[in-house]
Write a protein of this length. Structure first.
Length: 399
Protein backbone atom coordinates (compact mmCIF):
# COMPACT_ATOMS: atom_id res chain seq x y z
CA UNK A 1 0.00 0.00 0.00
CA UNK A 2 1.59 3.27 -1.10
CA UNK A 3 1.37 6.06 1.46
CA UNK A 4 1.86 9.70 0.71
CA UNK A 5 3.55 11.88 3.31
CA UNK A 6 3.14 15.63 3.48
CA UNK A 7 6.28 16.52 5.41
CA UNK A 8 5.65 20.24 5.83
CA UNK A 9 2.24 19.72 7.40
CA UNK A 10 3.67 17.32 9.97
CA UNK A 11 6.47 19.58 11.16
CA UNK A 12 4.34 21.44 13.74
CA UNK A 13 3.40 18.11 15.29
CA UNK A 14 6.98 16.98 15.54
CA UNK A 15 8.01 20.33 17.01
CA UNK A 16 5.79 19.84 20.06
CA UNK A 17 7.09 16.36 20.71
CA UNK A 18 4.58 14.10 18.97
CA UNK A 19 5.59 10.88 17.28
CA UNK A 20 4.24 10.00 13.84
CA UNK A 21 3.69 6.31 13.25
CA UNK A 22 5.52 4.38 10.59
CA UNK A 23 3.94 3.16 7.38
CA UNK A 24 4.62 -0.44 8.41
CA UNK A 25 2.14 -0.44 11.30
CA UNK A 26 -0.58 -2.38 9.42
CA UNK A 27 -0.82 -6.10 8.64
CA UNK A 28 -2.78 -7.01 5.53
CA UNK A 29 -5.48 -9.60 6.24
CA UNK A 30 -7.38 -9.77 2.94
CA UNK A 31 -6.99 -8.48 -0.62
CA UNK A 32 -10.65 -8.79 -1.63
CA UNK A 33 -12.65 -7.86 1.47
CA UNK A 34 -16.39 -7.57 0.67
CA UNK A 35 -15.46 -7.23 -3.00
CA UNK A 36 -18.42 -9.15 -4.40
CA UNK A 37 -21.21 -7.08 -2.82
CA UNK A 38 -22.24 -4.26 -5.17
CA UNK A 39 -22.14 -1.29 -4.98
CA UNK A 40 -18.84 -1.72 -3.19
CA UNK A 41 -18.43 -0.70 0.44
CA UNK A 42 -17.42 -2.56 3.62
CA UNK A 43 -20.22 -1.09 5.74
CA UNK A 44 -20.08 -0.94 9.54
CA UNK A 45 -18.38 -4.30 9.93
CA UNK A 46 -17.27 -6.43 12.88
CA UNK A 47 -14.78 -9.31 12.92
CA UNK A 48 -14.45 -12.21 15.37
CA UNK A 49 -11.66 -14.58 14.41
CA UNK A 50 -12.38 -15.31 10.77
CA UNK A 51 -16.11 -14.49 11.03
CA UNK A 52 -17.51 -11.23 9.61
CA UNK A 53 -20.77 -9.37 10.13
CA UNK A 54 -21.56 -6.01 8.55
CA UNK A 55 -24.41 -3.51 8.53
CA UNK A 56 -24.21 -1.72 5.21
CA UNK A 57 -26.28 1.25 4.03
CA UNK A 58 -26.12 1.24 0.27
CA UNK A 59 -27.28 3.15 -2.78
CA UNK A 60 -28.93 1.31 -5.67
CA UNK A 61 -26.77 0.23 -8.57
CA UNK A 62 -27.05 2.48 -11.59
CA UNK A 63 -26.01 1.35 -15.05
CA UNK A 64 -25.45 3.06 -18.39
CA UNK A 65 -26.37 2.00 -21.90
CA UNK A 66 -23.74 0.69 -24.31
CA UNK A 67 -22.47 3.39 -26.66
CA UNK A 68 -24.33 1.89 -29.64
CA UNK A 69 -27.68 2.20 -27.84
CA UNK A 70 -27.35 5.86 -26.85
CA UNK A 71 -29.19 8.66 -28.62
CA UNK A 72 -25.93 10.62 -28.43
CA UNK A 73 -22.87 8.31 -28.44
CA UNK A 74 -20.75 11.03 -26.80
CA UNK A 75 -22.97 11.26 -23.70
CA UNK A 76 -23.64 8.58 -21.09
CA UNK A 77 -27.28 7.52 -20.68
CA UNK A 78 -28.80 5.54 -17.82
CA UNK A 79 -30.53 2.28 -18.63
CA UNK A 80 -33.68 3.15 -16.66
CA UNK A 81 -35.56 6.43 -16.29
CA UNK A 82 -35.67 6.41 -12.46
CA UNK A 83 -31.88 6.67 -12.35
CA UNK A 84 -32.16 10.31 -13.44
CA UNK A 85 -34.36 11.23 -10.46
CA UNK A 86 -32.50 11.85 -7.13
CA UNK A 87 -35.72 11.24 -5.19
CA UNK A 88 -36.33 7.88 -6.81
CA UNK A 89 -32.69 6.95 -6.34
CA UNK A 90 -32.97 7.78 -2.63
CA UNK A 91 -36.12 5.65 -2.39
CA UNK A 92 -34.14 2.63 -3.57
CA UNK A 93 -31.48 2.88 -0.87
CA UNK A 94 -31.38 -0.06 1.48
CA UNK A 95 -29.66 -1.50 4.52
CA UNK A 96 -28.06 -4.93 4.32
CA UNK A 97 -26.77 -7.33 6.93
CA UNK A 98 -23.93 -9.37 5.46
CA UNK A 99 -22.10 -12.26 7.05
CA UNK A 100 -19.56 -14.90 6.28
CA UNK A 101 -15.91 -15.84 6.56
CA UNK A 102 -12.75 -13.93 5.74
CA UNK A 103 -11.46 -16.97 3.91
CA UNK A 104 -14.72 -17.76 2.16
CA UNK A 105 -17.94 -16.15 0.99
CA UNK A 106 -19.55 -13.08 2.58
CA UNK A 107 -23.20 -12.92 1.56
CA UNK A 108 -26.36 -10.97 2.25
CA UNK A 109 -28.44 -12.26 5.16
CA UNK A 110 -31.04 -9.49 5.24
CA UNK A 111 -32.05 -6.42 3.23
CA UNK A 112 -34.65 -3.73 3.87
CA UNK A 113 -35.40 -0.37 2.20
CA UNK A 114 -33.80 2.34 4.35
CA UNK A 115 -32.10 5.70 4.12
CA UNK A 116 -30.89 5.56 7.74
CA UNK A 117 -30.10 2.69 10.08
CA UNK A 118 -28.36 1.76 13.30
CA UNK A 119 -27.54 -1.62 14.82
CA UNK A 120 -26.25 -3.25 17.99
CA UNK A 121 -24.32 -6.52 18.07
CA UNK A 122 -23.85 -8.41 21.35
CA UNK A 123 -20.18 -8.98 22.26
CA UNK A 124 -20.73 -12.75 21.93
CA UNK A 125 -22.63 -12.21 18.65
CA UNK A 126 -25.69 -13.97 20.09
CA UNK A 127 -28.11 -11.12 19.40
CA UNK A 128 -28.49 -8.29 16.89
CA UNK A 129 -30.87 -5.36 16.92
CA UNK A 130 -31.44 -3.24 13.81
CA UNK A 131 -33.51 -0.11 13.26
CA UNK A 132 -34.37 1.38 9.87
CA UNK A 133 -35.87 4.63 8.66
CA UNK A 134 -37.37 5.28 5.22
CA UNK A 135 -39.29 8.20 3.70
CA UNK A 136 -40.64 8.77 0.22
CA UNK A 137 -38.11 11.25 -1.12
CA UNK A 138 -39.94 11.56 -4.44
CA UNK A 139 -43.21 12.70 -2.84
CA UNK A 140 -44.23 16.31 -2.27
CA UNK A 141 -43.94 17.69 1.25
CA UNK A 142 -47.26 17.55 3.16
CA UNK A 143 -48.96 20.97 3.36
CA UNK A 144 -47.50 23.07 6.16
CA UNK A 145 -44.77 20.53 6.95
CA UNK A 146 -40.99 20.93 6.76
CA UNK A 147 -40.30 17.18 6.63
CA UNK A 148 -41.62 14.14 4.85
CA UNK A 149 -42.99 11.44 7.18
CA UNK A 150 -40.45 8.75 8.00
CA UNK A 151 -41.37 5.13 8.59
CA UNK A 152 -39.34 3.47 11.37
CA UNK A 153 -38.93 -0.27 11.93
CA UNK A 154 -37.16 -2.33 14.61
CA UNK A 155 -35.80 -5.84 14.04
CA UNK A 156 -34.08 -8.50 16.15
CA UNK A 157 -32.02 -11.59 15.27
CA UNK A 158 -30.72 -14.32 17.58
CA UNK A 159 -28.79 -16.35 14.98
CA UNK A 160 -26.14 -13.91 13.69
CA UNK A 161 -28.50 -12.26 11.24
CA UNK A 162 -29.79 -15.32 9.40
CA UNK A 163 -33.41 -14.89 10.53
CA UNK A 164 -35.10 -11.73 11.78
CA UNK A 165 -38.12 -10.88 13.91
CA UNK A 166 -39.87 -7.55 13.36
CA UNK A 167 -40.55 -6.10 16.80
CA UNK A 168 -43.64 -4.08 17.59
CA UNK A 169 -42.86 -0.40 17.19
CA UNK A 170 -44.89 2.68 16.10
CA UNK A 171 -43.76 3.54 12.58
CA UNK A 172 -44.02 7.29 13.23
CA UNK A 173 -41.56 7.25 16.17
CA UNK A 174 -38.02 7.69 14.93
CA UNK A 175 -35.14 5.65 16.34
CA UNK A 176 -31.71 7.15 15.72
CA UNK A 177 -29.52 5.24 18.19
CA UNK A 178 -29.48 1.80 19.80
CA UNK A 179 -27.59 1.51 23.09
CA UNK A 180 -27.70 -1.90 24.83
CA UNK A 181 -26.10 -3.31 27.97
CA UNK A 182 -26.91 -6.88 26.95
CA UNK A 183 -29.46 -8.75 24.84
CA UNK A 184 -32.28 -8.01 27.33
CA UNK A 185 -31.49 -4.50 28.59
CA UNK A 186 -31.13 -1.44 26.45
CA UNK A 187 -32.26 1.96 25.24
CA UNK A 188 -33.60 3.54 22.08
CA UNK A 189 -33.02 7.23 21.40
CA UNK A 190 -34.95 9.13 18.74
CA UNK A 191 -36.00 12.53 17.47
CA UNK A 192 -37.52 14.94 19.91
CA UNK A 193 -35.29 13.88 21.57
CA UNK A 194 -37.02 10.88 23.15
CA UNK A 195 -35.64 7.94 25.14
CA UNK A 196 -37.14 4.46 25.65
CA UNK A 197 -35.91 1.55 27.77
CA UNK A 198 -36.48 -2.20 27.59
CA UNK A 199 -35.82 -4.82 30.25
CA UNK A 200 -37.11 -7.83 28.31
CA UNK A 201 -35.30 -7.92 24.98
CA UNK A 202 -37.54 -5.48 23.14
CA UNK A 203 -40.95 -6.97 23.97
CA UNK A 204 -41.89 -3.86 25.95
CA UNK A 205 -40.58 -0.30 25.98
CA UNK A 206 -41.02 2.45 28.59
CA UNK A 207 -40.51 6.08 27.63
CA UNK A 208 -38.34 8.12 30.01
CA UNK A 209 -38.45 11.91 30.53
CA UNK A 210 -35.66 13.91 28.89
CA UNK A 211 -33.87 16.90 30.45
CA UNK A 212 -35.60 20.26 30.39
CA UNK A 213 -34.07 22.38 27.67
CA UNK A 214 -32.99 19.50 25.44
CA UNK A 215 -36.11 19.91 23.28
CA UNK A 216 -36.77 22.64 20.75
CA UNK A 217 -40.49 23.29 20.15
CA UNK A 218 -39.64 24.59 16.68
CA UNK A 219 -37.74 21.43 15.71
CA UNK A 220 -39.57 18.13 16.24
CA UNK A 221 -36.46 16.31 14.97
CA UNK A 222 -34.14 17.76 17.61
CA UNK A 223 -31.46 15.30 18.73
CA UNK A 224 -28.86 15.02 21.46
CA UNK A 225 -25.36 15.98 20.35
CA UNK A 226 -24.03 12.69 21.71
CA UNK A 227 -25.40 9.52 23.34
CA UNK A 228 -23.00 7.03 24.96
CA UNK A 229 -23.33 3.95 27.15
CA UNK A 230 -20.33 3.44 29.43
CA UNK A 231 -18.69 0.30 30.77
CA UNK A 232 -20.39 1.24 34.06
CA UNK A 233 -23.80 0.74 32.35
CA UNK A 234 -24.59 4.44 32.70
CA UNK A 235 -26.29 6.14 29.75
CA UNK A 236 -24.91 9.63 29.17
CA UNK A 237 -26.35 12.26 26.87
CA UNK A 238 -24.98 15.66 25.93
CA UNK A 239 -26.62 18.69 24.37
CA UNK A 240 -25.35 22.20 23.77
CA UNK A 241 -27.21 24.94 25.68
CA UNK A 242 -26.91 28.00 23.42
CA UNK A 243 -28.20 30.45 26.02
CA UNK A 244 -25.57 29.43 28.58
CA UNK A 245 -22.81 28.54 26.06
CA UNK A 246 -22.18 25.18 27.73
CA UNK A 247 -22.57 21.52 26.90
CA UNK A 248 -24.71 19.78 29.50
CA UNK A 249 -23.96 16.13 30.19
CA UNK A 250 -26.75 14.09 31.78
CA UNK A 251 -26.45 10.60 33.24
CA UNK A 252 -28.90 7.74 33.79
CA UNK A 253 -27.86 4.67 35.77
CA UNK A 254 -29.63 1.40 34.98
CA UNK A 255 -32.82 1.11 37.03
CA UNK A 256 -33.25 4.86 37.47
CA UNK A 257 -35.98 6.78 35.65
CA UNK A 258 -34.73 10.37 35.74
CA UNK A 259 -31.76 11.76 33.83
CA UNK A 260 -29.63 13.89 36.15
CA UNK A 261 -27.15 16.55 35.12
CA UNK A 262 -23.66 15.29 35.93
CA UNK A 263 -21.50 18.21 34.78
CA UNK A 264 -21.14 20.92 32.13
CA UNK A 265 -18.32 21.89 29.75
CA UNK A 266 -18.25 25.60 28.90
CA UNK A 267 -17.79 26.66 25.30
CA UNK A 268 -17.43 23.19 23.76
CA UNK A 269 -19.54 20.70 21.80
CA UNK A 270 -19.30 17.06 22.92
CA UNK A 271 -18.14 14.61 20.24
CA UNK A 272 -17.77 11.42 22.31
CA UNK A 273 -17.82 10.07 25.86
CA UNK A 274 -16.06 7.00 27.29
CA UNK A 275 -16.46 5.73 30.85
CA UNK A 276 -14.83 2.79 32.65
CA UNK A 277 -16.36 0.42 35.18
CA UNK A 278 -15.40 2.79 38.03
CA UNK A 279 -17.39 5.63 36.35
CA UNK A 280 -14.32 7.66 35.49
CA UNK A 281 -15.58 9.65 32.52
CA UNK A 282 -13.55 10.95 29.57
CA UNK A 283 -15.00 13.43 27.07
CA UNK A 284 -13.86 14.40 23.59
CA UNK A 285 -15.13 17.87 22.71
CA UNK A 286 -14.63 20.54 20.05
CA UNK A 287 -14.11 24.15 21.06
CA UNK A 288 -16.96 26.50 20.16
CA UNK A 289 -20.66 26.26 19.44
CA UNK A 290 -22.14 23.63 17.07
CA UNK A 291 -20.77 24.15 13.56
CA UNK A 292 -24.04 24.82 11.74
CA UNK A 293 -25.20 27.30 14.39
CA UNK A 294 -22.22 29.56 13.70
CA UNK A 295 -22.36 32.47 11.26
CA UNK A 296 -20.82 31.43 7.94
CA UNK A 297 -17.89 33.80 8.48
CA UNK A 298 -16.90 32.01 11.70
CA UNK A 299 -17.09 28.41 10.50
CA UNK A 300 -13.52 28.31 9.22
CA UNK A 301 -12.00 29.50 12.50
CA UNK A 302 -9.75 26.97 14.32
CA UNK A 303 -11.75 24.54 16.45
CA UNK A 304 -9.31 22.46 18.50
CA UNK A 305 -10.28 19.05 19.88
CA UNK A 306 -9.98 18.74 23.64
CA UNK A 307 -10.05 15.73 25.98
CA UNK A 308 -11.56 16.23 29.45
CA UNK A 309 -11.99 13.98 32.47
CA UNK A 310 -14.72 13.87 35.13
CA UNK A 311 -14.17 11.89 38.32
CA UNK A 312 -17.62 12.47 39.79
CA UNK A 313 -16.62 15.72 41.49
CA UNK A 314 -14.21 17.67 39.30
CA UNK A 315 -13.83 18.42 35.61
CA UNK A 316 -10.23 18.45 34.34
CA UNK A 317 -8.94 19.56 30.96
CA UNK A 318 -6.45 16.84 30.06
CA UNK A 319 -5.19 17.86 26.64
CA UNK A 320 -5.86 20.20 23.72
CA UNK A 321 -4.73 18.96 20.31
CA UNK A 322 -3.40 21.20 17.52
CA UNK A 323 -6.27 22.74 15.50
CA UNK A 324 -5.36 20.61 12.46
CA UNK A 325 -6.31 17.40 14.28
CA UNK A 326 -10.07 16.92 14.29
CA UNK A 327 -11.30 14.22 16.69
CA UNK A 328 -14.37 12.06 16.05
CA UNK A 329 -14.20 9.30 18.65
CA UNK A 330 -12.63 8.46 22.00
CA UNK A 331 -12.07 4.90 23.27
CA UNK A 332 -10.78 3.13 26.35
CA UNK A 333 -8.25 0.47 25.34
CA UNK A 334 -8.22 -2.97 27.03
CA UNK A 335 -5.18 -1.97 29.12
CA UNK A 336 -6.81 1.26 30.31
CA UNK A 337 -5.30 3.64 27.77
CA UNK A 338 -7.11 6.45 25.98
CA UNK A 339 -7.40 6.35 22.18
CA UNK A 340 -8.23 9.51 20.22
CA UNK A 341 -9.52 8.83 16.69
CA UNK A 342 -9.54 11.61 14.12
CA UNK A 343 -8.25 13.22 10.95
CA UNK A 344 -5.24 15.42 10.29
CA UNK A 345 -6.90 18.14 8.23
CA UNK A 346 -3.59 19.93 7.69
CA UNK A 347 -2.55 17.24 5.20
CA UNK A 348 -3.60 17.46 1.57
CA UNK A 349 -5.63 14.23 1.74
CA UNK A 350 -6.90 14.48 5.30
CA UNK A 351 -4.93 11.55 6.70
CA UNK A 352 -6.43 9.34 9.41
CA UNK A 353 -4.76 9.88 12.78
CA UNK A 354 -4.90 8.27 16.21
CA UNK A 355 -3.38 9.48 19.45
CA UNK A 356 -2.78 7.18 22.40
CA UNK A 357 -2.22 8.01 26.06
CA UNK A 358 -1.30 5.49 28.74
CA UNK A 359 -0.93 7.97 31.61
CA UNK A 360 -4.50 9.19 31.97
CA UNK A 361 -4.30 11.82 29.24
CA UNK A 362 -1.14 13.61 30.36
CA UNK A 363 0.99 12.72 27.33
CA UNK A 364 -0.03 11.50 23.88
CA UNK A 365 1.65 9.69 21.02
CA UNK A 366 0.20 10.67 17.65
CA UNK A 367 0.34 8.17 14.80
CA UNK A 368 -0.43 8.90 11.15
CA UNK A 369 -2.41 5.94 9.79
CA UNK A 370 -2.38 7.01 6.15
CA UNK A 371 -4.94 8.53 3.81
CA UNK A 372 -8.60 8.27 4.76
CA UNK A 373 -9.96 4.74 4.66
CA UNK A 374 -13.26 3.42 3.26
CA UNK A 375 -14.15 1.94 6.63
CA UNK A 376 -12.88 0.51 9.87
CA UNK A 377 -13.34 0.34 13.62
CA UNK A 378 -11.56 -0.21 16.92
CA UNK A 379 -12.45 -3.28 18.99
CA UNK A 380 -12.38 -2.15 22.63
CA UNK A 381 -12.48 -5.77 23.85
CA UNK A 382 -9.44 -7.08 21.93
CA UNK A 383 -7.50 -3.89 21.20
CA UNK A 384 -7.55 -4.62 17.45
CA UNK A 385 -7.97 -1.75 15.02
CA UNK A 386 -9.32 -2.60 11.57
CA UNK A 387 -9.03 -0.59 8.37
CA UNK A 388 -10.27 -1.00 4.78
CA UNK A 389 -8.59 0.71 1.86
CA UNK A 390 -9.71 -0.26 -1.61
CA UNK A 391 -10.50 -3.97 -1.35
CA UNK A 392 -7.79 -4.58 1.22
CA UNK A 393 -8.43 -5.25 4.91
CA UNK A 394 -5.72 -4.37 7.43
CA UNK A 395 -5.32 -4.78 11.18
CA UNK A 396 -3.04 -3.50 13.94
CA UNK A 397 -2.98 -3.83 17.73
CA UNK A 398 -3.46 -0.92 20.15
CA UNK A 399 -3.52 -2.61 23.57
Amino acid sequence: MARRWVVISLLPLLAVGYVVGSSGMWDRVSNDFMKEDKPYGPGDFRIDGAQVLSMKLTNPEVTTKPREERSDPTRAEFTEQWMYDPGETANRRSVRILGGNLEGEISRHFEEPAQRADWWLAPDWSTLYLTTGWSDRAAELPPGQSYRPELTQLFKSTDQGQEWEKLRWPEDQNITFLRFIDAQRGYLIGWGPRVWRTRDGGDHWDELPVPEGSRNPENPRQQFDLVALGQDHVLRMAFYDHAADVSRIYALSWGEDILKQAFTIPGHVVMDIAANTESNVYVLATRGAPYFSLPSGERDAPRPSVVWSWNGDTLHKLHEFPPGLKGYALYLTPSGGLLFDGVNESTLLGNDVVAVSYDGGGSWKIQDEGRSAQGGYYDVHTGTRWRVEGYSLYQREIP
